[in-house]
Design a protein around this ligand. Sequence first.
Ligand SMILES: Nc1nc2c(c(=O)[nH]1)N[C@H]1C(S)=C(S)[C@@H](COP(=O)(O)OP(=O)(O)OC[C@H]3O[C@@H](n4cnc5c(=O)[nH]c(N)nc54)[C@H](O)[C@@H]3O)O[C@H]1N2
Ligand SMILES: Nc1nc2c(c(=O)[nH]1)N[C@H]1C(S)=C(S)[C@@H](COP(=O)(O)OP(=O)(O)OC[C@H]3O[C@@H](n4cnc5c(=O)[nH]c(N)nc54)[C@H](O)[C@@H]3O)O[C@H]1N2
Ligand code: SF4
Ligand SMILES: [Mo]
Length: 920
Amino acid sequence: MSIQNNSSVKVIQTTCPYCGVGCGIDVEVKALSLVGSAAHPANFGRLCVKGAHLLETISPEGRLLQPAINGQTASWDEATTLVALKLQQTIAEYGPDSVAFYVSGQLLTEDYYVANKLMKGFVGSANIDTNSRLCMSSAVAGYKRAFGADVVPCSYEDIDQTELLVLIGSNAAWTHPVLFQRMEQAKKSNPAMKIVVVDPRTTASTAQSDLDLHIKSGTDTILFNGLLNYLKQKEAIDRCFVLENTDFADAAFDAAEPYSPEKVSELCDVEYAKVLCFFEWFAASTSAISFYSMGINQSVSGVDNANAIINCHLATGKIGKPGSGPFSITGQPNAMGGREVGGLANMLAAHMEIENKQHNALVERFWSAENMVKTNGLKAVDMFEKLHKGDIKFIWIMATNPVVSMPNRQKIEEALLGCDTVVVSDTVSKNDTLKFANIVLPATGWSEKDGTVTNSERRISRQRAIFSPTGQARHDWQIICDVAAKMGYQKAFAFTHVSQIFAEHAQLTAFENNGERALDLSALADLTKQQYDVLQPIQWPVNKANPKGSSRMFMDNKFFTDNRKAKFVAILPKPPEQVTCKAFPLVLNTGRVRDQWHTMTRTGNAARLHQHTAQAQLSIHPTDAAILCLHEGDLVSLRAQHSPLPVILPTLISKNQREGELFAPIHWSKTWSSHVNITSLFTDANDKISGQPELKHAAVSLKKTAVKAQGSLFVSHEWPELLLNKICDYWVKIKLENGYHYHIALLGAFERQSVAEAKNTPDTSEPISLSNWYAQISAHIIQDSEIQTLTSASQLIAVNIDQEALSMLVVLHMHGKNAVNDVLEYQIDANWLSTLLGKDVVFASDIRDLLRNCPAEEFTQGRLICSCFSVREKTISDAISRGCNTVDNLGKQLKCGTNCGSCKSELSSLIKVTQMEEPK
Ligand SMILES: Nc1nc2c(c(=O)[nH]1)N[C@H]1C(S)=C(S)[C@@H](COP(=O)(O)OP(=O)(O)OC[C@H]3O[C@@H](n4cnc5c(=O)[nH]c(N)nc54)[C@H](O)[C@@H]3O)O[C@H]1N2
Ligand SMILES: Nc1nc2c(c(=O)[nH]1)N[C@H]1C(S)=C(S)[C@@H](COP(=O)(O)OP(=O)(O)OC[C@H]3O[C@@H](n4cnc5c(=O)[nH]c(N)nc54)[C@H](O)[C@@H]3O)O[C@H]1N2
Ligand code: SF4
Ligand SMILES: [Mo]
């Protein structure tokens, strides 16, 4: 890792590569430390725990360093020549629609721009789609139906000014933490402000709320039709606004009419009084923001969900005014930039339409396109369907890990296995998708890349390089331009600096625009390299009328439709597609945890980010757990009708769930565990308009997993998956400061059978003994010195102390009828012992000393809540019991929550819970 050659610069201002809040970051180059940029309008100096620990995720370890062809390292010239050749051959033989790009909202705008230009202008196909299809496509389609363009009306500053903030299907406390803190601050400044949360679960985001609507999963259209109907009945409509600035209001009111508050209460399964309260608040407020995310978008009704919400804003004129508007919050750092350059299969560049003749001709001229595409391409699910059928014979995957994140994993795997050419550009050497690649291309990652991203409020910010590229990694835009040049398109891809790409993109947004297209960067179209380098965060449109950018849209009540009026959409609620039945009776909901990002290729590198949630757990309501005779921590197997392989993970019994609904995090993959790729349980079901998959509502069965023996393996080096699969049926990996912790298990016959099918090895189902199992494991342990073991019939402990440092620890337990209650006398706190890995344990001349030695005080204090200052749950609840009962006071006393603030919502929850539990 070497510092970029501009090391005379002391502080490099860049942007966080995680969520769509788009926080500015100042990196102090010499000290190699970072802080939030005080001047950045997205965060004003704040960072959440992921942003604050970014530098810990940067390491040459695990990076992809060189191109490779069929597993053999290759030069860049060989690799890009082969990619170009394969593209040309496939197009020549089967036509342009036989090739596809599957890209990502984590690419920078400039990377995205050239990928899209190559596909749509030169390959002549629109088969370029992106993981934003899984993320924002319903929100995009909702805006387009209502406003005629993909325009987010609001700014973050509207949050400071609103009277009513409705969070719908968003767990912003964990997923957009800096913005959530801004919401908390807004409420503090204006205690009259109300926060309503609409989510089937109780989440960290409900900590500050005034009202929680734990609706039945998939019933949002009913709730918002009910609100629209209520507004009409109570004459809370802004008649002037509706009459002058909108169309089709009556059709929407008619469709909403059946949804009385009583009906909503019944169908959404929420108390009548709560429904009424929400409706009254919305009707009475003069401003309101509906802040929505994946609970709304990832549904077969995703677009209808969005329009049901937008209808209520149009009906009350709560749009284009301070503190008002429908505000879809983007997930990825550059989902917006991708939308701007047209990185989806049904969009052209600069917010134009492929199948609009005028737009198409305009872009064709601007690009001097040699093979301009004329029709829309395949959306992600359909793209992989065609790949599966063999109609697509070449795919180039960039900056996304679809084997883990797309629904229906088995089909995605089969599709990639059967595809002639799979090219993968990634930053890491190992993820579940790379296993299927014929050609692997190493890309530069955050801290090496240079370019722009656009955040949720249309604000363009620069990402700047801090380090030189690792190994031979190259920028994504360079790789794409090289391939384009080798296909014969040198002229159109002759970019030598990223600023030239940005300028071309900006010029296209301005080209023959005449105020008809919202996305207009004309004031940035002539940026020089120097100006680009010092570009400050700015919100589009940036044009003659708004040279300093635009914070709020639609202030003139003019929209981007034919007659400049916004459109109501009549909503007819429909149920989810993955419906439960007798065999698959439970609803599975999925989402994020606080400290992990997606498939963990980056956050997984920081041991500290494993402490809040060390492994995936399945949340289940206590009533369901009781019916199924489950205890906390029991391993359970989840199955779906289409998916023969079980997902296996431990339970977390919690009243935060509705009965009949389960929740599991999305982050773990086959790189991190043997059985925890949750998205494999979802089918291809997707929204008919947006194509966004239904990723919040699968139908599953649940069974307690028969476990013969279970244990923990603490080792200083990572063990290859092949080896782990040899020594156990089930494993999960957790990164520690000085090594790895593996939870391992041997499963009962039924599970083993399905595992064996997958592994193609026979299930011997022999009764096991711990010493046999240990013998198998220890055969793979490098014996630095003598290993000491303690055994009983039901427990085995083995420790290796090498040169006074703990280098290995194995703890195995017997389960089931073979187990006897003869657990060794030691109270083993495996989490504490794991922190000793690689450390001096001179006090322990023998294994007994080590086990007898008490865990450090902190480990008796429960779950880690504040990652920045390592403050644990019990310490906090003790302080609350002693009267320290505000988040601010906890911060003063224990420091928790005073750095990044990501844990503040959990502190509020702990205050609520501890006070409830205390005798009055
Ligand atoms: N820590 C962290 N932060 C992230 C990410 C990450 O991986 N980790 N990823 C980023 C990305 S790309 C994205 S897209 C965002 C996602 O941000 P969010 O959308 O906030 O996150 P999720 O946890 O996916 O889902 C939000 C909520 O939707 C609820 N939900 C499920 N079904 C329904 C329903 O039918 N109706 C309603 N109203 N709610 C429902 C879930 O219970 C869940 O609490 O997060 C971004 N930020
Ligand atoms: N069940 C279920 N499934 C879901 C979701 C859900 O809520 N539930 N959420 C969906 C959503 S909203 C999203 S956004 C997706 C996310 O899913 P993915 O996009 O598949 O997840 P990531 O782990 O972010 O994958 C990014 C990959 O790009 C690599 N990478 C990082 N930076 C760069 C770069 O600059 N260049 C290149 N070439 N590679 C890079 C990383 O190493 C990683 O392998 O998951 C979706 N899947
Ligand atoms: S809220 Fe956190 S993850 Fe999102 S951009 Fe800011 S620092 Fe990064
Ligand atoms: Mo996302």
